[in-house]
Design a protein. Structure first.
Length: 405
C-alpha cells in the first residue's frame, strides 16, 4: 500500500515527537526541553502519512564519517526510524528507507550510516556492521595499574557552562583520529547530549584532561548512582562519554576514573573493541566484558567513492565486485602504493564479490574479508587475495563510533 512520504514543516515538529515516542515506546518529550535535534534539517525528514496521520518516521542528517587515514566522507546519518504499531508489516519502512537513500544520492553522499535499536532490521536494506562497541564492568578495588603514572598533564572538573564550550572542541579534534567517528553538530549537543544523554535527574560530572602545554585533549563525562549500605561503598560510576585525541590521554582518563572515591564498580557502555584498559592493569581478568554489540552500520551508496576515500595499511592490489544498497553492481580495482591510493572501475574478473552488507562490514576495517568468506558471506574467486585484502583494509586504531545519533 503506498503512503504519502514527505518532509515535514516546522509546525509539525511536535507531531513528529509524539510519533517518535509512540514508535519507540518512550516517555513523552518534557515540556520546555530543547527541540534542537528534532527541529534541525527538517528538509531531510521523510515521514509517512496515512489519511493525514503520521504512521512512520525517518530522517537523515548531514554528517561526516571519518575514514581510515583521516579523510572525512560526507554521509547520510539515518535516525528517528520507527513505524507506528498500527501500521507494521505494511511496507512503510521500505518506502521510508528508499526515500532516504534517494535523498542521500541526490546530495552526493556516498554512504548511509545508522545505529540500530534492533539489529535484525537493516541488513535487508544494504547495511552491515562497520564498527562494534564494547561494554565492560570493573570492580574498582581489583584494579591496579601496572606502571607508574607518568602523565605530565592534568585533570580538572568543570561546571556545565565551561563544559558546553570546551568538550565539543575536544570531540571535534578527537573524531578525526579514529575511523567510524562522526560529526556532532551544535544542534546535536543541545538536545541529544545535555537533554537526553545526561538527563535532568542524574548526578553527572565532566572532567577534562589538558596536556603539559595546557591544551585540552580529552574528557570523560560520567554519572554516579547508589549509596553506601551499612557503612560499605555500593555506588556505580558509569562512563557516559569519553574522548581523547591521543592514546596516552585515553589511559590518563581511565586512571582518573579509577581515582574517584566512594565507588564500588565502574561501567562503560560504549568503548572501542581495542580499548587498552586490560593491557595496562596488573590483572586484566577484572575488566569483565558485559557485551560486544553492533554499533555503526554502513550501507554503500557509491562503493567506488567509498573505497577511494580511505588509505590502506600495506601496498597491494585487489579487485572487488561490490553491490550498492540499491542492488547496483560494480567492479573496483583498489591499489595502494607509495604514490597513494588508486580506485577505478574495471572490467576485470573480481577476486571476490560481496553484497552491500558485507561491503559495509569490511570497508572501514571493522571485520576481515577472510572471516566472512569462511562463513560463505563472500563469493571468492581468487582465495589467495583474501589475506592481502585483510592486510590492506586493516585499520589502526580499530574503527569505533564513540557517539550516538
Amino acid at each position: 500500500m503506498p503512503f504519502e512520504i514527505r518532509a515535514i514543516e516546522s509546525a509539525e515538529v511536535e507531531d513528529l515527537l509524539v510519533a517518535d515516542q509512540r514508535g519507540f515506546g518512550g516517555a513523552p518529550p518534557r515540556p520546555g526541553a530543547s527541540r534542537s535535534w528534532a527541529a534541525a534539517e527538517l528538509d531531510r525528514t521523510r515521514v509517512a502519512f496515512d489519511s493525514g496521520r503520521i504512521v512512520g518516521v525517518s530522517r537523515t542528517y548531514s554528517f561526516e564519517l571519518t575514514m581510515p587515514g583521516g579523510a572525512l566522507l560526507p554521509a547520510a546519518a539515518v535516525s528517528w526510524v520507527s513505524v507506528q504499531p498500527t501500521h507494521r508489516r505494511q511496507g512503510v519502512l521500505t518506502q521510508l528507507m528508499a526515500a532516504m537513500h534517494d535523498d542521500a544520492r541526490a546530495r552526493n553522499e556516498t554512504a548511509a550510516i545508522l545505529t540500530a535499536s534492533e539489529s535484525s532490521i537493516y541488513g535487508r536494506f544494504g547495511y552491515g556492521v562497520a564498527a562494534w562497541r564494547l561494554g565492560v564492568t570493573v570492580e574498582k578495588s581489583r584494579i591496579q595499574f601496572a606502571r607508574p603514572d607518568d602523565d605530565d598533564g592534568n585533570m580538572r572538573l568543570v561546571a556545565r557552562d565551561e563544559a558546553v564550550v570546551a568538550i565539543p572542541a575536544v570531540y571535534d579534534r578527537a573524531r578525526r583520529t579514529r575511523s567510524g567517528m562522526v560529526t556532532r553538530p551544535d544542534f546535536w549537543w543541545e538536545q541529544v547530549f545535555w537533554e537526553f544523554m545526561l538527563g535532568q535527574e542524574k548526578a553527572t560530572f565532566v572532567a577534562i584532561h589538558s596536556d603539559a602545554r595546557g591544551q585540552d585533549d580529552g574528557y570523560v563525562v560520567y554519572s554516579i548512582v547508589g549509596e553506601g549500605v551499612g557503612g560499605l561503598v555500593d555506588r556505580r560510576l558509569t562512563i557516559i562519554d569519553m574522548q581523547a585525541e591521543m592514546a596516552a590521554t585515553w589511559i590518563s582518563l581511565w586512571r582518573y576514573v579509577f581515582s574517584v572515591d566512594l565507588i564500588a564498580k565502574v561501567t562503560a557502555i560504549n568503548l572501542p573493541v581495542d580499548d587498552p584498559l586490560r593491557h595496562v592493569v596488573v590483572d586484566g581478568r577484572w575488566v569483565r566484558v558485559d557485551f560486544l554489540n553492533d554499533h555503526l552500520w554502513l550501507a554503500p551508496l557509491d562503493p567506488l567513492a567509498i573505497l577511494g576515500a580511505r588509505t590502506y595499511s600495506v601496498p597491494g592490489r585487489v579487485v572487488i565486485g561490490a553491490h550498492a544498497a540499491d542492488g547496483a553492481s560494480s567492479t573496483v580495482a583498489v591499489e595502494s602504493n607509495a604514490d597513494g591510493t588508486f580506485c577505478v572501475a574495471t572490467d576485470e574478473e573480481p577476486d571476490f564479490v560481496c553484497a552491500a552488507p558485507v561491503f559495509g562490514m569490511c570497508v572501514l576495517g571493522g571485520n576481515r574479508w577472510s572471516e566472512l568468506a569462511a562463513v560463505d558471506r563472500l563469493e571468492v574467486r581468487r582465495p589467495e587475495a583474501l589475506a592481502l585484502a585483510d592486510a590492506m583494509f586493516l585499520a589502526t586504531p580499530a574503527p569505533a563510533l564513540l557517539s550516538f545519533f
